[in-house]
Write a protein that binds this ligand. Structure first.
Ligand SMILES: CC/C=C\C/C=C\C/C=C\CCC/C=C/C(=O)SCCNC(=O)CCNC(=O)[C@H](O)C(C)(C)COP(=O)(O)OP(=O)(O)OC[C@H]1O[C@@H](n2cnc3c(N)ncnc32)[C@H](O)[C@@H]1OP(=O)(O)O
Length: 300
């Protein structure tokens, strides 16, 4: 299944600014969309498109923590591409179907004790997911209903607008340095485009996970709302964004994002080579191993 999906992604690179026109709270929020039709039934991600509003809800449903594995990222890129090509879709809300977590970020097991060939394939999938989401011409809103470290934060930052549950126990940020690894330049660029240079420098060096209130203060998220209202608030925000004529908004989005996208396009291969050589280092493997152990101990 996943190899078929992967083959499909290789065929589709057109989404880049192509200018084509658990809890009770969660189920309650989803009832908001009365005329939803199941759009995709892939295993890790559920997508429902409301034919009346043109708004799709993409729900991550990959237990235990929606980590971004190779298969998850492949499904994600395909789903975003499908929506990109669908003229009846105007906006996408991204959220989690799991309690307490939006996404735990890149699946560390994909970067641990695997072959260089695997690292190449995995990193291509990470890049592809970013190109598709950051370059999407649709209005994209992240409804962040749980923790969102590292790659989870990246996905949220790729969206046009972020609404987070006001639970102070939830956090979001690029915490890579805490794992002994380094966020690549395009993760950094994406954050810088959201919160500016100084906050990004502090956030990256410290590997800071911002609590929800801290994230609001620095502009990493745009709104905090009660947890059970995250998706309905995202829908309300979406209607404001969709009130703007698509072509004007899309051109504005492209104007803002194209230089960042072009930067990775120009360095795509070098970025893969860097990732593989960095990840293959004994010292990095040791750090990742220790981090996984720490996660397990924290649990027991
Ligand atoms: C000079 C430099 C040049 C070049 C650089 C070039 C390249 C750069 C190189 C690398 C860049 C990589 C960029 C990396 C990005 C990332 O996203 S790394 C991932 C970071 N993620 C995290 O740190 C999150 C870790 N997880 C948590 O904090 C918590 O799990 C949670 C808060 C998300 C949820 O907490 P709980 O609900 O309490 O769940 P548990 O902690 O009990 O976890 C359940 C289960 O899941 C496993 N798990 C958690 N996160 C991950 C993950 N990211 N990947 C894989 N597995 C994960 C966890 O171990 C538990 O497993 P079990 O114990 O059940 O086996």
């Amino acid at each position: 299944m996943s190899s078929i999906l992967r083959r499909c992604t290789k065929l589709t690179h057109s989404g880049i600014l192509s200018m084509l026109p658990g809890s009770n709270g969660r189920s309650c929020a989803l009832q908001y969309f009365a005329s939803e039709k199941r759009y995709s039934t892939s295993s890790k991600i559920k997508v429902d498109l409301d034919s009346n509003t043109g708004v799709a809800i993409m729900q991550f449903q990959s237990p235990p923590v929606n980590s971004l594995s190779l298969d998850f990222l492949t499904e994600f890129a395909i789903n975003i591409e499908k929506l990109e090509l669908d003229r009846s879709c105007r906006g996408v809300i991204i959220t989690s179907a799991l309690p307490k977590v939006f996404s735990a970020g890149l699946d560390i097991l994909e970067m641990y004790q695997k072959s260089p060939e695997h690292y190449v394939e995995f990193w291509k999938a990470v890049q592809e997911a970013w190109f598709k989401l950051y370059g999407s011409s649709k209005v994209t809103i992240a409804a962040i209903n749980g923790n969102s470290p590292a790659g989870g934060c990246l996905l949220a930052m790729c969206c046009d607008y972020r609404i987070m549950a006001e639970n102070p126990r939830y956090s979001i940020g690029l915490n890579e340095t805490q794992l002994g690894i380094v966020a690549p330049f395009w993760f950094k660029d994406t954050m810088q485009n959201v919160v500016g240079h100084r906050e990004t420098e502090k956030g990256l060096q410290l590997g800071k996970l911002y609590t929800a209130p801290e994230a609001l203060k620095v502009g990493l998220v745009d709104e905090l709302v009660p947890e059970e209202k995250v998706v309905s608030s995202a829908a309300e925000a979406m209607s404001k964004w969709l009130a703007i004529p698509d072509h004007a908004r899309q051109l504005s989005k492209s104007m803002m994002r194209k230089p960042t996208i072009d930067r990775l396009l120009a360095a795509r291969e070098a970025d893969i080579t860097n990732f593989v050589s960095f990840t293959s280092k004994d010292s990095i493997q040791k750090s990742l191993g220790m981090y996984m152990e720490m996660l397990k101990k924290r649990r027991s």
